[in-house]
Write a protein that binds this ligand. Structure first.
Ligand code: SF4
Ligand code: SF4
Length: 433
């Protein structure tokens, strides 16, 4: 039942945070969405004013409020540049949950999140099944990407194919499943691949393991874990998010590692920021567990530079070309990680590193934003891509597989042969493994 009283009460709880917005409008210049639409309801200031309006029972059309709050990349550019320190994305996540509690989740999302995503083994089997038959609907293009053969969504959209063997399955086949015996550092490191690396980019995930082992870590693959939960909580589905967080946190604890490492900016940010944020309001015991896990979880770039003794490689040879770096919002704005990926890229002397203009502007991916607002997402991506290729690069590196997907789509749409790589791949190449 739609309980407007409960909804306004929940929003009243957010009021303490909502009133910290002093309406200065500094968020306008950094909001990638506002820069495309110039609509006040798209920028943080406008959205926060609407949420305040709901808490004061000013707005009755909650369906429209839901649309406004969901039309956002959750990139955090506004929060990172807010002089009042308004925790904009935290507020939006809590507001989305409250709005879905009021409006209810769509049937499609209920099936995707509650039947598929929250059951990791079923999700894995389903993707494996699709991977076998994807050739019927998907064709490879000459731009290191694929497109639909038939009219499903936007036929011009470019995306990577599902890998025929996921990363975890591949490691099982290669007998690299168990903890490696490498004890040089004495560090037991759990590697959490996350859905995109596991299912779309297993090569990159395997390179992460190579690097960790090269630097003397004993690696455990967290192969029983499921999705980090970000697609669910970004859609306001608290039930699925809690189910996934609980399942993952229990498994992380069971694996009992000194540190947990991911090479996906979004997974790292979700584990370090969103798990504690959401669980703090729910269950004290789980909240404590999640806090410990979040402290032990590292982005791979930071982990290598901070926790492992990195020996500089002495590579020489013909230069492969210019590389530039795109800062994923979930690394730079959420976690303050921007120097470490650059340091690792620069360790490969075969590439000339050139910084682009606005290297930390959002690429426009934003998870489900890209699916729901592909036209705007693409325009944001176009601007990003123009700045990147102004460096005359042959390679674009980034620390997030979701950003890789978005930049690859825009590059292919521009018929560009620039290669999109994970920054960790460039570092891996320098090690001559
Ligand atoms: S920058 Fe911060 S304080 Fe200023 S309008 Fe935006 S959210 Fe409010
Ligand atoms: S999170 Fe990003 S897209 Fe959303 S309001 Fe803030 S700057 Fe704009």
């Amino acid at each position: 039942m739609k309980d407007i009283k409960k909804l306004t009460e929940t929003f009243k709880e957010l009021e303490e945070q909502l009133i910290t917005c002093m309406r200065c409008g500094m968020c306008q210049s950094v909001c990638p969405l506002y820069n495309e639409t110039l609509s006040e309801t798209d920028v943080a200031r406008g959205k926060l004013a609407i949420l305040k309006g709901v808490s004061e029972q000013f707005f009755e059309n909650i369906e429209d409020v839901n649309k406004v709050i969901n039309k956002c990349l959750l990139c955090g550019s506004c929060a990172a540049n807010c002089p009042s320190g308004v925790k904009v994305t935290d507020i939006f996540i809590k507001a989305r949950v409250a709005l879905i509690n009021y409006e209810g989740l769509s049937t499609a999302k209920k099936i995707i999140f509650r039947k598929v995503l929250s059951n990791p083994s079923f999700f894995n089997k389903l993707l494996l099944f699709f991977s076998k038959f994807q050739g019927v609907a998907i064709k490879k293009t000459k731009f290191d990407s694929s497109c639909f053969r038939i009219n499903i969504g936007d036929r011009k959209r470019h995306f990577p194919k599902i890998a025929p063997t996921s990363f975890y399955d591949r490691m099982k086949k290669k007998n690299r499943k168990q903890i490696s015996n490498n004890k040089k550092t004495g560090l037991k490191v759990g590697f959490y691949a996350g859905c995109i690396l596991d299912k779309f980019f297993p090569d990159i995930a395997e390179k992460v393991v190579d690097i960790l082992e090269y630097h003397g870590a004993a690696v455990t693959l967290l192969d029983k874990t499921g999705c980090c939960g970000i697609p669910a909580i970004a859609s306001g589905d608290l039930e699925t998010f809690i189910k996934l967080t609980t399942l993952n946190a229990d498994l992380f604890e069971e694996y009992g590692c000194d540190y947990y490492v991911t090479a996906c900016a979004t997974c790292t940010s979700t584990i370090k920021k969103t798990w504690p944020l959401v669980l703090d309001d729910q269950n004290k015991e789980m909240s404590e567990k999640v806090k410990i896990i979040s402290e032990k979880t590292f982005d791979i770039h930071r982990f290598i530079t901070e926790k492992l003794s990195v020996e500089l490689p002495s590579n020489s040879g013909d230069k492969r070309g210019i590389v530039t770096y795109h800062d994923p919002c979930h690394l730079k704005k959420s976690l303050g990680i921007y120097k470490e990926p650059r340091d690792l890229i620069k360790q490969n002397p075969l590439y000339e590193f050139v910084e682009s203009d606005k290297s930390d502007s959002c690429c426009g991916m934003g998870g489900s934003f890209n699916l729901n607002h592909y036209d705007i997402s693409k325009k944001i991506g176009e601007k990003k891509f123009k700045n990147l290729i102004k460096t005359e690069c042959q390679f674009i590196a980034t620390g997030c597989p979701a950003c890789m997907m978005q930049i690859r789509d825009v590059a292919a749409a521009n018929k560009s042969n620039v290669k999109i790589k994970h920054s960790i791949e460039i570092y891996w190449e320098s090690l001559n493994l």
